[in-house]
Design a protein around this ligand. Structure first.
Ligand SMILES: [Ca+2]
Ligand SMILES: [Ca+2]
Ligand SMILES: [Ca+2]
Length: 140
């Protein structure tokens, strides 16, 4: 019986040691349109296995596919504690305010804060006129 108990304890230990937790490098990122943006995800725990982490856009005022391209999966190679993806923000000609989008880790893994990150895209277009907005952001 003693042998059985020892085996159970060992199995529990291995499970804890292999646990991994994923989180974004930063809770917020800022970038001006037309520029590259690099987002990184980090992992704690075992680095013995490769892992792809997918992210989804969960909200905000910027539009995926229009204001910015979609992200590829973040690929952790064996031994890596960090995986980064770079996209280039669309350089449109709209004179607009800052836009945001939120990324969330969508792969079914353990996460810790920040498990989401908010990206703010600053506008670089100025047509020489000023748009006047009400406090709730409507145009006059
Ligand atoms: Ca835009
Ligand atoms: Ca522009
Ligand atoms: Ca713009």
């Amino acid at each position: 019986m003693r042998g059985c108990i020892s085996a159970f304890v060992l199995a529990a230990f291995v499970t804890v040691a292999c646990a991994q937790t994923y989180y974004f490098d930063l809770a917020t990122y800022s970038v001006t349109e037309g520029n590259p943006l690099t987002v990184c995800i980090r992992r704690l725990g075992s680095v013995a296995a490769a892992q792809d982490i997918e992210v989804t856009v969960t909200g905000g005022t910027a539009t995926a596919g229009t204001d910015f391209p979609n992200f590829d999966p973040f690929s952790f190679a064996v031994g890596n504690t960090v995986a980064c993806d770079q996209i280039t923000i669309t350089d449109d000609t709209n004179d607009e305010g800052s836009e945001t989008f939120t990324l969330a880790i969508s792969t079914n893994v353990a996460t810790q804060n920040p498990a989401t990150t908010v990206v703010t895209i600053s506008d670089d277009d100025d047509d020489g006129t000023y748009a006047v907005r009400t406090l709730d952001n409507r145009l006059f």
